[in-house]
Write a protein that binds this ligand. Structure first.
Ligand code: UDX
Length: 458
């Protein structure tokens, strides 16, 4: 196939950022755009699964043997990534040109705003790809502008931001509300530093989900919502089976999970996952374990191997001995296949943005147990705006107790409120599908992006 445009994609090298950019890349490629993903050497080494139809080339963040874990601090990592990353991206652009594949456009993660300078140096078009919700981006924008000043003076201070429902201070991203996250917040606020110089701001969300905030942000930047970026086969059954999920740091226990789910009754299982990064306090892990057990529901729980030692003593052994197949604990699962499985009736989630979008797209009611980063804001929207779940309340120590977990699961799976939530999930699932279907809001935005790309000549 001869391509008319070539996008170089630069993700921030963590699972939750690389996944949506890879899926977006696949969509662009299906529209005849050549794609090259620039991934750090360390990220490439840690990949367990590397099956992707798009090409991947290595760049360097300056820490080839350990990535961020090798850096003395987060600030040091970001600074060195900028220096070494700019050079190695430039070399890559030149190499691709020499090979006969000149790049037209850089699509970069705004955690790495220096990519704009690289694009300008070579006269390339440039698009930022925000992997978080438009609501969360809007909050960071207001911190960037100095309009939103936190930490709050009161525990439940109300906050009004244009384009958003009124939120409380506990609903803002953790980096904004906790002073010790100053470095991370600086990076998040810096996402806006070069935006006036670029051609597009792409957001992994869909218009119908975040209408007001998208309209508001569109007055500031050339916003295009292009999500949900989940593989099209999960949204459209007519497409050929393409369940590969591309780039994964962890190896999914696919057969164990699907075999176990196949033996459970319809809508009976609570699926539990806290994504790729979140670490729970040992006491929280204990509360969660007993909350699940006491709920009397069947559960499939992803406990990453680094978290396993926090499980209560004998918990796994007791599970294995239990007469009815009550629970399965795995180190990683094929989440989309699990969420679309007919046995799953509830998703107990940390509300990472990918997990939230995946639950919305596959119509799974949620129990929201946000931990940090953008998760508190996503959880607020899930419960109060989209009404797709309930949020499990923390106590004064910041822990969600077993009784609360048990109660939330019961509400979602058994009560009248759960039925209302289930009805809502059907509505959002339909809207998510429509957005990416031919002629839907996100599909039109991607089409416009691609046709503009083709008309610009360099
Ligand atoms: C991080 C942040 O924590 C999150 O808040 C932010 O919105 C994005 O970056 P992460 O914590 O990993 O991401 O959560 P999430 O955004 O939900 O992404 C996790 C991804 O891993 C999802 O795409 C999910 O499908 C996948 N996953 C998770 C699996 O494939 N298998 C699993 O067992 C668990």
């Amino acid at each position: 196939m001869s391509h008319k445009a070539h996008c170089l994609i630069l993700p921030y090298p963590i699972q939750g950022h690389i996944n949506p950019m890879l899926q977006f890349s696949k969509r662009l490629q299906s529209k005849n755009v050549k794609i090259t993903i620039a991934a750090t050497k360390f990220f490439l080494q840690t990949m367990q699964e590397l099956s992707t139809p798009v090409s991947i080339e290595a760049i360097s963040d300056g820490y080839d043997d350990g990535g961020i874990y090798q850096a003395e601090s987060f600030a040091a990592y970001i600074t060195r990534f900028k220096e070494v990353g700019s050079d190695t991206m430039s070399q890559l652009i030149e190499t691709l040109t020499t090979r006969g594949y000149p790049v037209n456009c850089i699509v970069y993660d705004p955690f790495l705003p220096w990519a704009v300078e690289v694009a300008k140096k070579y006269g390339l078009a440039c698009a930022a790809f925000f992997t978080q919700s438009c609501a969360v981006d809007n909050i960071y924008y207001h911190v960037h502008k100095g309009v939103l000043k936190l930490p709050p003076t009161e525990v439940d201070e109300e906050i009004s931001i244009p384009g958003l429902v009124t939120i409380e201070s506990s609903d803002v991203p953790s980096f904004v509300s906790t002073p010790e996250s100053a470095r991370a917040l600086e990076m998040l606020v810096n996402q806006f530093s070069n935006l006036e110089k670029i051609d597009w701001v792409l957001i992994n969300s869909f218009y119908e989900l975040e209408k007001e905030v998208t309209d508001w942000m569109s007055k500031l930047y050339p916003i295009k919502t292009i999500g949900p970026t989940i593989p099209s086969v999960y949204l459209d059954k007519r497409l050929p089976d393409d369940k590969e999920y591309g780039l994964s740091i962890f190896k999914p226990m696919t057969n164990e999970c699907l075999n176990w789910l196949n033996h459970q009754p319809i809508s009976s299982v609570v699926y539990v996952s806290f994504g790729s990064l979140t670490k729970l306090e040992p006491e929280q892990m204990e509360e969660l374990a007993w909350g699940l057990k006491n709920s009397n529901k069947n559960f499939l729980w992803v406990v990453r191997s680094t978290e396993e030692s926090k499980l209560p003593k004998n918990f796994l052994e007791e599970l294995k001995l239990a007469s009815e197949n009550k629970g399965l604990v795995v180190s990683w699962c094929p989440q989309l296949q699990v969420l679309e499985h007919k046995s799953v009736g509830c998703f107990l989630t940390h509300c990472g943005w990918n997990s939230t979008l995946e639950a919305i797209s596959l119509g799974v009611p949620m129990v929201a147990m946000p931990q940090w980063s953008d998760q508190p804001t996503n959880a607020k929207l899930v419960e109060d705006v989209w009404e797709m779940g309930v949020k499990a309340k923390q106590d004064e120590k910041g822990l969600v107790r077993r009784e609360v977990i048990e109660e939330c699961i019961r509400i979602v799976m058994e009560e009248e409120k759960g039925k209302m939530i289930k009805e809502n999930t059907k509505k959002w699932k339909e809207l998510a599908r429509n957005a990416v279907d031919e002629g839907g809001s996100s599909d039109r935005n991607i089409e416009e992006f691609v046709s503009k790309l083709l008309t610009i000549s360099y």
